[in-house]
Each structure stands twice: as C-alpha cells, then as structure tokens.
Write a protein that binds this ligand. Structure first.
Ligand code: GMT
Length: 376
C-alpha cells in the first residue's frame, strides 16, 4: 500500500508513534511518505520505502501568522497525486485532519479519491482541541474523516463527551517495538549514574505543564529522604526553568540530572529502577509503555488512559493527580524491596507485550483497507 503520513516532527508522543508506525509499515514492504514541516525526530536513518516531504511555508509581509494549514493542504495534494497514494493517515487532529480533508476535496475535482484516516492522540481532544475557536473544526474533521482511531478507550470517551460526534471511533492503543525497547546490559551506565548503588528514578516527557514535572521532583525529594536515589530527567520543554527552580528550592539539584532530549532512551531506561508519570492528563502514556518494555515499573496518576496501561499493585501504582505523598509512599515501598521491584519489572514487561507492534500494526492496516473500497 502507498500511505501518506502527516505528523508533528517533534519528540512528542504523536510524532513518535506516527514515525514508528511508518517505519514498521515500510519494513513490511509498504511505501510510506511522511509529510511535515521538519524531518521527524525518530526518522534518523535510511530505510527503503520511506520518503520525507517537507512542507515549506512561504512568508509574506502581510502574514503575521503564516498559513501552515494551507501550505500543508497544498503539499498533500502534490504528494498524493504525484505518488499515487492510496491512504492518508493524519496524526493529531489540529490542523492535520482539516488540512487533509481540504486536500481530499481538491483532489476529488481531478477525479482522485484519497481516504483520510485520522488518529486522535490526546491534547488535540483533551486540551487544545476544546478551545472554542478550534472545536467546530475538530468536530467537523472527525465526522468527515473516512476512519477515526483513538489511542485509548478513555480518549474515545473524552471525544464523545466534548465534541459533537456522529460516527464510530476505533480504539487502537499505542504500541511498542521490542526489537528496540528491551532491557539491555548497560551496567557501566549504572555505575556512572549511581556509583554507590543508589536507586535510579526516571521521567521522560516534553516538560509541558500537563506533565506536572514539578510533582516528579517533589515525589523524588520524599523518596531520597528515605532511600539513596538519583533522578534522571529525559526531554526538555517550556517548564524546564520552573522545574530547575523546584530542584533548587528542595535542595536536590545534586541528585537530579537533566539529560535533555535523548535518541537512545531505551539504553537509559535499561538501568532505571522506577518510572514516574504524574500527568494532569495522559490519553495513553507511551513513555510509560516504553519504560515497562524495559522492565521498569511505573508510578503514575490515574488520569485518562493510564489505568489501561498500568495495573495498580501489579506492574506499578496509580494515585490521584497531585497526590505527591501517596505516589512517593508507593515508590519508597517498591524501592526498598528488591524482590518486589524485580517482580514488578517482570510483570511490567508482560503487560507491555499486550501492546506489541506486531499485533497493533495489523489493526491499522485493517482500518486502511476498510477505507479503500468507499468511493466518492
Ligand atoms: O504527551 C504529549 O504532550 C505529546 C502528545 C502528542 O500528541 O504528541 O502525546 C499524546 O500522544 C501520545 C501518543 O499517542 C500518548 O501516548 C500521550 O499520552 C498523549 N499525551 C497526552 O494526552 C498529554
């Protein structure tokens, strides 16, 4: 199949998932055309069957805000017709779904049929998509896509609750590639990070407010008062300065390392003991799944789709958003008991296997195929 994938090129979950899906489809022999304003972060090596098309946004003195959606729609028209694409898969509703539907209508005038599959990822529904000025466009785009998928039951329910939706939404959860994400022998990393056998706690995100990274520091502060520990923070984003301020206020800077954006996150996860994800909202929690695949148990909030990923008392613990003390108590209990910590790690891996790429990829292919026979 020849598939166009429209995505955000950043380290954010929707972009990561879209890139990994395209790579996996290409490995199965499909032809994949990524369309975005930058080279996707995880598209970092040559793969046969993969093409990247950059959307150039022409500037003009009249524009205070250059019209990305128009440039994207125009690029989609060009790429679909010149490469005879059969399906367009857009990740994140805003503005990808509406741009794709505009392109679909333009192409129809030349007799070209291109079905649009929209995948809802999270903040496009739970946060930014609900803004009054975006809501009608998001509702219309969902209702008019040829197929719509959401990454968790929770996100599907949120979509029906907050938008005027008259159609089915398929739940296809996030997936994990075990060829890449598995516990690797990296004991030299462990020695460098925690030379005195301290436990290693980790968090990865885009450091947006919704991730509550300040809570990560507060949880860690309580942990390190009870048991020797180090905290690794992977990623970067708008809250970075505020997070560093919390570290200074709690006097834990010497035990916290900001690693920035990392390519080989699986190598770091391999030496970690516990993953923290206290998010305000989280439609699925791909970063938690990546940790679990590397046998790292997760302590997280019970927001959104996280209870579909983490099983309380089996492969991690859940607590209410903002309940730093409860999360810290669970963490201390786990970190002080090596046997339980190891069991939780093994059970995390078992749970992660339910989200194996090999299973999930077929679900996406089935959705693509369901759109192929529907004509204008
Ligand atoms: O988490 C983010 O802020 C990035 C965001 C995105 O859209 O790029 O991630 C969302 O999509 C991921 C992949 O489907 C999900 O695993 C994340 O839970 C979701 N984030 C939120 O809902 C906050």
């Amino acid at each position: 199949m020849r598939v166009g994938i429209v995505l955000y090129p950043t380290f954010g979950g929707s972009g990561v998932l879209a890139t990994e899906l395209g790579k996996a489809l290409a490995k199965k022999g499909h032809e994949i055309h990524f369309i975005s304003y930058n080279q996707p972060a995880r598209l970092d090596y040559f793969l046969e069957g993969i093409f990247f098309h950059e959307v150039i946004i022409p500037q003009y003195p009249l524009f205070e805000h250059a019209p990305y959606e128009t440039a994207l729609a125009g690029k989609i028209v060009e790429i679909v017709s010149s490469n005879q694409l059969e399906v367009l898969h857009v990740h994140y509703a805003i503005p990808h779904a509406s741009a794709a539907l505009l392109a679909k209508q333009i192409l129809a005038e030349s007799g070209i049929y291109i079905p649009v599959v929209t995948t809802l990822h999270g903040t496009d529904i739970t946060l930014v998509g609900r803004e009054a000025s975006y809501e009608p466009v998001v509702s219309w785009s969902i209702n008019n896509s040829d197929a719509v998928t959401a990454v968790s039951e929770s996100l599907k329910a949120d979509t029906y609750e907050h938008f005027k939706i008259r159609r089915d939404i398929h739940v296809i959860p996030n997936f994990i590639d075990f060829d890449r994400f598995n516990k690797q022998p990296k004991s030299h990393f462990k020695m460098a990070i925690a030379p005195h056998g301290e436990k290693i706690v980790v968090h990865t995100s885009n450091f947006r407010k919704v991730k509550r990274v300040g809570d990560v520091i507060r949880i860690f502060d309580l942990i390190q008062q009870q048991t020797p520990a180090k905290l690794l923070l992977i990623g970067d984003g708008p809250e970075r300065s505020n997070i560093e301020k919390v570290c200074r206020e709690l006097h834990v800077c010497d035990k916290v390392t900001f690693l920035g954006k990392q390519e080989a996150v699986e190598e770091i996860l391999s030496v970690c003991d516990l993953f923290l994800l206290p998010s305000e909202r989280e439609s699925f929690g791909l970063s938690a799944l990546e940790a679990m695949a590397c046998e790292v148990p997760v302590i997280c909030s019970n927001a959104g789709g996280l209870p579909e990923v983490v099983d309380h008392g089996i492969n991690g613990y859940l607590a209410d958003v903002g309940d730093v003390e409860t999360m810290a108590n669970y963490a201390i209990e786990l970190l002080k008991n090596d046997q339980t910590l190891k069991e939780f790690g093994k059970q995390a891996l078992e749970k992660a296997k339910q989200f194996s790429l090999d299973n999930i990829i077929n679900e996406y292919l089935a959705v693509y195929e369901s759109t192929l026979n529907v004509k204008l």
